[in-house]
Every structure is written in C-alpha cells, then in structure tokens.
Design a protein around this ligand. Structure first.
Ligand SMILES: [Zn+2]
Length: 626
C-alpha cells in the first residue's frame, strides 16, 4: 500500500521526461560539539507539487533507520520566498511543497539534532567535544522520485577550526579560515555521497597502510580519538592492518572493485560500538583505549576485517532484495545469512590470518559464537526468521533476547559457513576451500570501477556447486529452517574439535567495550548489567526456573550487596557448596528472595581437540600471504 502511494507521489513530482538533477548540499558542522549540524540543500525548482525526501531505508543498516525525528529547523524557499511544507501522512519521511510558476531554485535549510544516545548505528550519538562523524544521509533532503544514483551533488562541509578530516570522498579543495575549515568535495552522485561518511576531529591520525599506485592500491586508516593518548598505538598494530589488507584481498584473488579504501575509525567511549560498511570505507567505532590496549584490541579484532570484507560481500555483490534504487523503498533482508553470516565468519578468521589474534584465540571466538546462539528461542524461531525480521530485531531491546533471539545470523552464520568451508575441504580432499567460492562469487571486479551486482540464493548454491558439487540448497535450507535446541556444530566437529564448557574465561564472551556486566548464560542462564539488572534471562535455565526474570534487579547475593564481582564469586563458589544461591531481587517496587539450587560453578565455552582427527581449524587459520 505504501509503495502504491509513493508511486503516485513520484509521478506527480517528476514527469517522465525527468532529466538528471544537479543539487548542492552545504553542511556546517562548526556546532558539532553542541551536537547540531546545519544544512542547506539547493535543487532545481519545478512548478507545482514537489516532494522533498529524507533517507529512510539505510544501506548497511538493513532497516528504516533514517533519523527522521532529529530533522529539525526546516524551512523551504523558492527563489528566496518561503513556502509552506506539509509532511505526508503515510510516508512520514516525505515533505510536500507547492512551487510557484517561474521559480528556478528550491532551497531547504534545516538542522540535524545529533542524538545524545539511542538511535541506530550511523544515526546514534555521532559528535562530542572533539569528534564528529558525518553521515550525509542524516543531513540529506533531496527531491523525491529521482534515483539517488542519478542525482549529482556538489557538497561542502565546514569543520570546527583546527579539526582535521578523513574519508574516501574525493576532495576538490580545502579552505582554512579562522571560523572553521571548509572542505569542497568533487561532484558525485547522491548515492555515492551517502556511501562516503566523513570523519572530523581534533585528535586525528591518517595512516597510509598502502599508497596509491602500490600493489593493493590506496588503503588508509583514518583515526579520530577523544585524546592524543588513544592515538599512540604501536607500529605492530599498523603492520597487522597492512597484512589484513593483503590477506583479505587474497581471499578474493586480489581483485577489488573500489578506487581506494579508507577505514574511518572512531576511538571514543561515548559514540557507540559498531561498524557500518560502505563501498570504499567503513564507519567503525570502538572504545577509546582499543588501539592502545591489547586485550580490548583483540576482543574487537573482527571489526575492521569484517567491514572491509563487506566491500565485496554486501556492497559490490548485494542480495537483490537490498538493491532497491531509492531510500523510500523497503529492503528485504532474507539473505543476511550470506551478507552478514559469511562476513562474520571471515571477519573473525581474517583477524587470525592477519595476526590481530592467534589461531587459538580465533578458536575461542568460534566457541563464544556457539554460546551466543545456544539460547532457548532457537526452538521456535528458525535462523531464517532472524534475518527476515532484522528490520526490527536489530533495535529490539527491553530484555528477552534469549527467548526472542536476536540477529543470530552473525554468530550462527559463522558456524554454518565454517561447516561449508570444512565440507568443501573434505569433498575436494583439501584442493578447494571457501576462499575459492569467494574468488568466484565476489572477485569479479575490475579495479578502479565501483559496481553493484545483485544476487539471489540460487546463485550462491550454483557457485558453491562449481567449487565442490554438493546439495548446497539442502545444506543451507536445513540449517536455516531448523528449530532444534542444538547449535550447528558440524563445522567444529568436522574440523576435529568439540564444544566444551570449563571455568576458564573466554575473552570473546564479553563485549568489545567492557561494560562491567556479567555473562552467565552458560551457568545460571542470565546476563546481568553492572547495576544488577537482569537484561537477559533465558527461559528453562536455572535462574529463570527459580523466578529471576528479565528486568528484575539483583540487590544482594548470598546476603551481601550486589556487585558483578560478588555475583561471580557466588557462582564460582556454588560448586563447593550444598546450599543454594540466595538473591534479594527488586521487581518494580517489590522485593523478594529467590533461591537457585545451582552447583555448576562458572562455565565458559571452548573448543577442545578430538584426538585422531586432523586439525582443520589450524589449517584454515594459517596465513595465505607469506
Ligand atoms: Zn556486517
């Protein structure tokens, strides 16, 4: 129904003879520390009804996450004369105006009020006193109905005085003035502009991993941080990322489909922890200490290889349901088990091949993936539905993740694509691997040219068949439709390992930015935040069975005031005690005592070698670039 209405709008506003549209977009980020961006967009006026649109379905985020609520201060003018605007009652990202006859230029002035929390990925908190990450789609009103690929935009960005800038967008010239630095970008399409975020910051390093003209071509690590301290990371870290570029390109047969590639890395404790992929760059955000602290660096090691892998798997080769031709058109996320699942497998694996983590640590990461998806919700929601539902699952909060499931196609995808890799190796006696599939499926570029080639599931199965003949459709569909409580462990077992639980910690069960919480899924079946709130209690596990549910808050553990350390000690001590664990719990404004008759101690996932079988994981993790 919405699509039909949109079609009517586009016919009204853009006659069939529509010609390529040229617009300008000037963004003033000098107030970024005040968390507000000012924008002015100009475009040719067309007499009669015109509609301005704010990007809604955001590539890489897989959902209608354009931050429309934060579009503020809107005024629209035709040749300087202010027009009234009215929001569409059904498509609320669309603003209708009536342009008087003879008007030549339509100008929209507006602000993007930068969220201070909440939001999704690129539109979560994105500026502070020292940093601004500019995602153009958050400041990007444009004439609705025209393909973003057919709109030419000449953009400028004004940064606070003294701040530096990074990104892979082509720069025409930079003008430094006392009130700020204005970057003039070369004209590009609206689609390309929105795919090239810009990093601004006072504390900034641009590290050329490989220069233009080198074998792999221009690959740069642009890093902005809350402090200079966070930028003083060791040369060994830079050397490892140089290697990541080579290892990653080797998977695809050293073929790229980008002109240059920049990682935009934000090191801050208050601008989120995530990554969003783009064709020629990625918006990656981690904790401030990530590159100076080895432990944090390892826990987030998958991120940069993951986003870089997306340049092939997700941007150039893209599921047909995600190639929509316009930000108003809904995306279909059913193939995210390829888009994200395969990328998760390789993001973790390439961190090992490139030396960011050891092979042993990669193996621990696979074990942590297995724990993450072992939640009881897998008995009712098949993996396929976690992909189909991702437009709302990404942001689903308020507890209950273990029963609802989450975007499990990441971690479970890692296990399933491991199994595909192991299966190919076994079918071909080690002559072929999953890398051969990637080279065949993704490695089709033409260096220096940016392209997108859609695919469907059948092409995935056909290409796998060319690498190793097998019933791949059945292989994947069985796993995508399963409602078993068992996690898919065929890859782990086929590689000569088995999943075990011990009391030895596994660093990958904790989030990248340590949040002070406790992951006790494998013992009590809960995750508890640092203030004692139970933010995920898995049904059918000891804590829930005893009456501890989502949203309750643990006040005391065995008679002592709650802290995560106290809770950890109590679980650890449970194996030496015959008495049950005793919690005082707050539920709304009521208190109660809950006893949990649990004696298993702390439990963390690991993979253990099965003697007599070949160690395929060591083989898979071995670097390919000597
Ligand atoms: Zn991803």
């Amino acid at each position: 129904m919405v699509q039909a209405i949109l079609l009517a709008i586009s016919l009204l506003t853009f006659p069939p003879q529509s010609s390529p549209v040229a617009m300008t977009l000037d963004v003033d980020a000098t107030d970024a520390p005040l968390k507000i961006l000012h924008a002015t967009a100009t475009m040719p006026a067309r007499a009669g009804a015109m509609t301005l649109f704010y990007p809604k379905w955001i590539p890489g985020e897989h959902m209608p996450s354009g931050p429309i609520a934060n579009l503020t201060g809107l005024h629209v003018f035709a040749d300087g004369k202010e027009l009234e605007w009215r929001r569409d009652l059904v498509e609320m990202y669309a603003f209708a105006v009536t342009v008087p006859a003879g008007a030549r230029t339509l100008t929209a002035k507006y602000d993007y009020a930068v969220p201070t929390g909440g939001g999704a990925f690129g539109s979560t908190a994105s500026s502070n006193a020292k940093i601004a990450v500019i995602n153009w789609y958050t400041v990007g009103l444009y004439p609705m109905g025209e393909s973003p690929a057919a709109i030419t935009v000449t953009a400028t960005l004004k940064a606070p005085a003294g701040w530096k800038h990074g990104g892979s967008l082509d720069v025409d010239r930079v003008i430094d003035q006392p009130g700020g630095t204005t970057i003039h970008y070369a004209p590009t399409s609206l689609e390309m502009l929105n795919d090239h975020p810009v990093l601004l910051g006072e504390h900034f390093r641009s590290i050329e991993l490989w220069p233009a003209g080198s074998g792999p071509g221009e690959h740069v690590l642009d890093v902005v941080a809350d402090s200079d301290w966070a930028l003083q990371f060791p040369q060994s870290r830079i050397d490892a990322y140089k290697k990541i570029v080579l290892e990653e390109r080797r998977v695809f047969g050293d073929v790229g489909h980008y002109r240059k590639y920049h990682w935009l890395l934000t090191l801050s404790d208050n601008l989120g922890s995530f990554g969003v992929e783009h064709h020629e760059c990625a918006d990656d955000r981690v904790a401030e200490n990530t590159f100076v602290d080895d432990d944090t660096a390892k826990r987030s090691s998958l991120l940069l290889p993951h986003e870089f892998f997306h340049s092939w798997n997700g941007k150039a080769r893209r599921p047909a349901g995600l190639v929509t031709g316009g930000y108003e058109k809904p995306m279909k996320d059913d193939l995210l088990w390829v888009y994200e699942g395969l990328t998760e497998y390789y993001g973790e694996l390439l961190a090992a091949r490139g030396g960011l983590i050891s092979a042993k640590e990669w193996i621990d990461e696979l074990a942590a993936d297995a724990l993450a998806v072992s939640e009881p919700g897998r008995t009712w929601r098949p993996l396929q539905d976690t992909a189909d539902s991702s437009p709302f699952l990404y942001l689903a909060g308020g507890g209950w993740g273990g029963w609802r499931r989450s975007t499990d196609f990441y971690q479970e995808g890692s296990l399933i694509w491991l199994e595909a890799d192991v299966t190919i190796r076994s079918l071909t006696n080690g002559r072929k691997t999953l890398d051969d599939f990637c080279a065949l499926f993704h490695g089709q570029g033409d260096n220096g040219r940016v392209w997108v080639k859609p695919y469907d599931a059948a092409e995935v199965y056909d290409t796998l068949n060319k690498v190793a003949p097998y019933d791949w459709k059945k292989f994947f569909e069985t796993r995508l439709r399963s409602k078993s409580s068992e996690v898919p462990s065929g890859g782990i077992e086929g590689a000569g390992y088995r999943l075990v639980y011990t009391d030895a910690a596994n660093m990958f069960t904790d989030p990248w930015s340590l949040d002070g919480g406790l992951n006790a899924y494998a013992s009590l079946g809960v995750h508890v935040t640092d203030d004692g709130t139970v933010d995920n209690a898995w049904p059918d596990r000891p804590a829930f069975a005893a009456g501890l549910s989502n949203g309750m808050k643990i006040i005391a553990v065995n008679g002592r005031r709650f802290s995560t350390d106290e809770l950890k000690r109590a679980i650890e001590g449970s194996k030496r005690s015959t008495a049950p664990l005793e919690f005082i719990v707050e539920n709304g404004s009521y208190f109660k005592t809950i006893t949990i008759d649990y004696h298993g101690g702390l439990r963390y996932p690991h993979l253990e070698r099965v003697s007599g079988n070949a160690d395929l994981l060591a083989e898979i993790a071995a670097p390919r670039v000597k």
